[in-house]
Design a protein around this ligand. Structure first.
Ligand SMILES: C[C@H](O)[C@@H](O)CC(=O)C(=O)O
Ligand SMILES: [Mg+2]
Length: 453
């Protein structure tokens, strides 16, 4: 395996950054629905970074319909950090670039490092990693794996986390694991990385649909399943029972409340579900409530139910607190929620230090495509383990991508081979689903399936 340094990279001239609002009408089939997001239209802000040399980087952040236009405005406000500069000026000190874009003296007032501005940073930064992978002609998981520890560290902004982990400690972790890289890489290429599915359990699905989807994913080799809970206790009991009838008791079952409960309600509700042998309760309460999660985790320990959270954890600082407080058992990073790959690397490394398993969130557009790369790097270079770890898989919009995530016959993510971050949409996906002008949206407005508001 040849390690390359950014000083040897081909240097491209970035010309423009273009961003689009793309939405799919998933609410029509209740796909993606949960206790809090009852009518999600899976959407994204889709960024293209153009270079004078013709190579493009694609990136995205995941949104739910309304509000995508607001994130789009934030991306447009940040274009100037990228346009008319060289790729070398970014990659040779990527952490410095990341700090610039997250710390802009006026924009940071409406963050900082959280919410709309951070989603916008994620879309741009993800596009830069796609471009970097293309420059080195490798998929991003290999780009990360093949980096020298010092170069990897140079992409991370350690501000606010040095009390938990330092660059020296990271270099130490990566150096120690270097001998494992080759065998772990070969294993990924041969076997892929384990997945679980939430596709059986969206809250708006009928009982019959849930049963038939359980059968479908069991046939496909899945052994771990997640369903949505939290709106109605009797209904949750009925659905857990139904899913257990279908998947049996040897397979894993997880539940996800998407933040609907207060802390004490979460404990009481989960006590009523304890007999279903649940591996985890996900997002039981506010994503910001570290001590609330800790209280829930302590109360549910005796039932062997772990607490999982992270898909809406706003940045590395909050992740740090969850880890320091021992408030979660499963850390669910999301590839488009915090500030893109650079910040997520720091979360993986802190999770390693605190001995917490990362099981990434991927319920959204493009999230499976992106996060597989990060978890594969974790396997080759950080935790170096698949033990009790798995990546979420939802069967949504993969056909819209040029290089979609692929699940193999063992229900594992196949290791991506195409250079980049698997983020490029097919041109027809853009022309059909750009909002509101795309041909599918125009048809749905004309047929009054949706209002153009
Ligand atoms: C709105 C999204 O579909 C959300 O429900 C996804 C999620 O929580 C998950 O996949 O986990
Ligand atoms: Mg979730």
């Amino acid at each position: 395996m040849m390690a390359q340094s950014s000083a040897n990279d081909k240097c491209l001239n970035i010309t423009t950054l273009d961003a689009k609002d793309i939405r799919w009408p998933t609410s029509l089939g209740a796909h993606g629905s949960d206790a809090m997001h009852t009518d999600p239209d899976y959407s994204c802000v889709y960024v293209t970074i153009h270079t004078a040399e013709g190579i493009r980087g694609y990136g995205m952040t995941f949104t739910l319909g309304r509000g995508t236009d607001i994130v789009l405005m934030a991306v447009k406000a940040m274009k100037r950090f990228v346009e008319n500069r060289t790729t070398a000026s970014i990659y040779q000190n990527f952490a410095k670039f990341w700090r610039e874009i997250t710390s802009e003296s006026q924009l940071r007032w409406i963050g900082p490092e959280k919410g709309v501005t951070h989603l916008a940073v994620a879309a741009i930064v993800n596009a830069l990693w796609d471009l970097w992978g293309k420059i080195r002609a490798v998929p991003v998981w290999r780009l990360l794996t093949e980096m020298e520890p010092e170069e990897l560290v140079s992409t991370i902004d350690f501000r606010y986390i040095t009390d938990a982990i330092t660059p020296e400690e990271v270099i130490d972790i990566l150096r120690k694991n270097k001998t494992l890289r080759k065998t772990k890489t070969e294993d990924l290429i041969e076997n892929g990385y384990p997945a679980y599915t939430t596709q059986v359990g969206w809250l708006g699905y009928s009982d019959d649909l849930i049963r038939s989807l359980c059968k479908k994913y069991l046939r496909a080799g899945f052994t771990a399943f997640k369903i949505k809970v939290g709106q109605d206790l009797e209904n949750d009991i009925k659905r857990c029972k139904l899913v257990r009838e279908e998947i049996g008791w040897d397979n894993k079952l997880m539940v996800d409340a998407n933040q609907i409960w207060d802390v004490n309600t979460a404990i009481e509700w989960m006590e009523k579900l304890k007999d279903f042998q649940l591996l985890w309760i996900e997002e039981p309460t506010s994503p910001d409530d570290v001590l609330g999660h800790k209280k829930i985790a302590e109360a549910l320990k005796k039932y062997n139910i772990g607490v999982a959270t992270g898909e809406m954890c706003c940045n590395r600082v909050l992740f740090k607190q969850f880890l320091q407080a021992n408030a979660l058992e499963f850390c669910q990073i999301d590839s488009a929620r915090i500030g893109g790959v650079n910040e997520i690397l720091s979360v993986y490394l802190m999770a390693k230090k605190f001995g917490v398993k990362v099981c990434p969130h991927a319920g959204g557009v493009g999230l499976c495509e992106m996060v597989q790369h990060l978890q594969m790097w974790d396997y080759t270079s950080v935790s170096c383990s698949k033990q009790e770890r798995m990546v979420e898989f939802v069967d949504q919009q993969h056909e819209q991508f040029l290089h979609p995530a692929v699940i193999n016959e063992n229900a594992c993510y196949a290791a991506p081979t195409a250079p980049g971050y698997s983020t490029e949409l097919k041109p027809e996906a853009v022309s059909m689903f750009e909002y509101p002008g795309g041909s599918e949206w125009q048809r749905m407005f004309a047929e009054e399936i949706f209002k153009n508001e």
